[in-house]
Design a protein around this ligand. Sequence first.
Ligand SMILES: Nc1nc2c(c(=O)[nH]1)N[C@H]1C(S)=C(S)[C@@H](COP(=O)(O)OP(=O)(O)OC[C@H]3O[C@@H](n4cnc5c(=O)[nH]c(N)nc54)[C@H](O)[C@@H]3O)O[C@H]1N2
Ligand SMILES: Nc1nc2c(c(=O)[nH]1)N[C@H]1C(S)=C(S)[C@@H](COP(=O)(O)OP(=O)(O)OC[C@H]3O[C@@H](n4cnc5c(=O)[nH]c(N)nc54)[C@H](O)[C@@H]3O)O[C@H]1N2
Ligand code: SF4
Ligand SMILES: [Mo]
Length: 700
Amino acid sequence: MSLPSEPVSTPVSAPSHEQLGACPHDCPDTCALITTVQGGRAVKVRGNPAHRPTDGVLCTKVSRYAERTHHPERLLTPLRRVGAKGQGRFEPIGWDAALHEIAQRLGAIAARDAQAILPYSYAGTMGLVQGESMDRRFFHRLGASLLERTICATAGGEALTHTLGGKLGMRVEFFAESRLILIWGSNSIASNLHFWRLAQQARRQGARLVCIDPRKSETADKCDEHLPLLPGTDAALALALMHELIRHDWLDHDYIERHTLGWPALRERALQWPPERAAAVCGLPVAQIEALARAYGTTQPAAIRLNYGVQRCGGGGNAVRAIASLPALTGAWRHRAGGLLLSSSGHFPVDRAALQRPDLLGARRPRTVNMVTIGDDLLRQASPQFGPRIEALVVYNSNPVAVAPESPKVVQGFAREDLFTVVLEQFHTDTVDYADIVLPATTQLEHWDIHGAYGHTDVLLNRPAIPPVGQARSNAQVFRDLAVRMGFDEPCFADSDEQLCRQAYGRAVPWDELATHGFASLRLPEAPFADGGFPTPSGRCEFFSQRLAARGLDGLPGHVPNHEAVPAQGAAGPYPLAMISPPARHFLNSSFVNVQSLRSIEGQPLLEIHPHDAAPRGIASGALVRVFNGRGSYHCAAQVSERARPGVVNGLGIWWRKLGPRGTNVNELTSQQLTDLGHGPTFYDCRVQVEAAATAGPGG
Ligand SMILES: Nc1nc2c(c(=O)[nH]1)N[C@H]1C(S)=C(S)[C@@H](COP(=O)(O)OP(=O)(O)OC[C@H]3O[C@@H](n4cnc5c(=O)[nH]c(N)nc54)[C@H](O)[C@@H]3O)O[C@H]1N2
Ligand SMILES: Nc1nc2c(c(=O)[nH]1)N[C@H]1C(S)=C(S)[C@@H](COP(=O)(O)OP(=O)(O)OC[C@H]3O[C@@H](n4cnc5c(=O)[nH]c(N)nc54)[C@H](O)[C@@H]3O)O[C@H]1N2
Ligand code: SF4
Ligand SMILES: [Mo]
């Protein structure tokens, strides 16, 4: 299938104007945008030079945003399915007919049990209005099942909460002054570009950059040192670093004494992890671990840019707890350029009760469904434990058929003839193929929104630059329209998108400043924990968490092996290789895969495999390979490369299934098992086998 892209051309004579906005994508950088509009069309999107974190620069993906917005394959009208589920054949219908049918179907199900209706959404837009306002009000009023939005960050989020007290950390700008930066589980050049610019600044002033990542990523290439540990062994490495900090007494005893909880117990545990033991678990040389400990123990200020790549495995929560304990041991938090940043989102004073109105539930307490296990859950029958069978799905801001783990089951669930599926989308994604009704959604250039961030600490306002393309409506508008059809007459269903923007922060953020500049910085201390003050129950950095212990969990961070671990000396059995599936640089999850210019840069779905693993399998670069395990089978091209370490293959994501060689993508192989904390996904905890594939025929 080939999707042409349309050059965005407009007569030069048309008058032009500019509009301020915010990048909506699920990316830590949340850039400030300036859109140039000519003749009602967006012709150019650039970074706002006045916004410091953006610094006038956008990534390659979003510099093509006008191309995405005016893409010839935008969904322009509501659609109703005419073919079988999965075929993606539809006929256009009017908004009235579409809303009427949805209200009738949902109303009939709700009359029996509204919990049989499941909203399914994630961060297609990070905007508070189009992502978590009128939609939540609607489903709360309806009494639908609640969705546990776990697909990305909850293992790390819960780990931070039980260690530091929240998703809090260093102010990103001060990384530029650090002397040592550990880039841990992050391919910053691809997924956190504006942080990388700060790291470069630090390096020009003499800082050392260390990358800790199983894959020799683009970022690893450019760092001073790379530790290619086995996936899911980060806690072992962190404990060995602690071991060395103790042995050499590179500890800040005063900080530990005054601002931490549980050091004697953690100390005892760390002493069980000499570098030799960690080296055997992580598949790293002992000397490399010792050298890293020396650097971390003897350099101030030292900073850790931890990212979510580290927590997509069975022990991901414990790994984050172990790593997040390090800065308190050396007193790195005393400096504004020291400490750690995984996510800054906990700094934002969002008024979620006002936006989402959980009070509309009244006394009802609907069940919660985890979005990671949607494959299993769509196939479940009604039971006392599960509750009613899922009869209707309303999907928006997400492409679950491509991004959720174990797609064979996800596809089987979405293909259920008795399931009523509504999808709000901008494009004809893999998920749209399974919809009964499709509703065309606006893009960020066409609607209002307001944003926090998880990689900096500014609030951004997004104003519409152009009118909706075709008959597209914003998510908030759709749920407002549906509320009317369902007879929900509470005044909150009349709030406009602009009013919702104002409600998101109330008076906590000055609206005038947002309206004038497009952004406003939160007022925060330069070094959040210089003098302790952790918002945990004890007010300390909690090495030991009583809250975790009370749940019967380990109260201390420990090494929890992967569900599907591969030992350093190699694995036996039918699936001997570990597979991780980090994002391809020019896509954003499964967004942008249909933008031709970006897809051309990525080429085709790839599996990176080390020469030592490729040779015995007779696999050469460019060859079609079959990657498989007990869950499924995925075809893609091999790239024989030392970007992969021996024993680990890298299946770069997340392609649209229908654009892959045999209509599958890497999630054909991933599992629905969950993380130790936060009920998160374990995309990077997955054993597979690889073989050269026959180039013709149906393939198994
Ligand atoms: N270009 C681009 N940018 C993105 C995204 C995208 O798809 N494309 N996605 C966005 C989203 S949703 C998110 S959540 C963030 C993700 O941001 P990050 O968490 O920074 O994700 P990645 O950059 O994919 O980094 C993951 C890195 O972790 C490595 N890794 C895998 N397993 C392990 C492990 O067990 N231990 C360690 N130490 N490293 C491991 C991978 O090889 C990869 O290089 O990025 C956002 N930004
Ligand atoms: N194998 C593997 N799988 C992964 C990951 C991985 O690293 N490896 N990463 C995981 C992670 S970190 C994440 S966050 C998830 C991401 O999964 P998703 O949140 O599903 O992200 P996207 O694939 O980008 O899909 C978002 C969809 O929302 C649509 N959209 C954007 N804006 C709007 C809007 O305003 N209205 C409506 N109605 N639609 C809109 C876009 O067109 C797009 O199709 O994927 C996860 N899946
Ligand atoms: S995807 Fe990230 S780097 Fe690219 S423009 Fe958006 S916020 Fe900035
Ligand atoms: Mo994510």
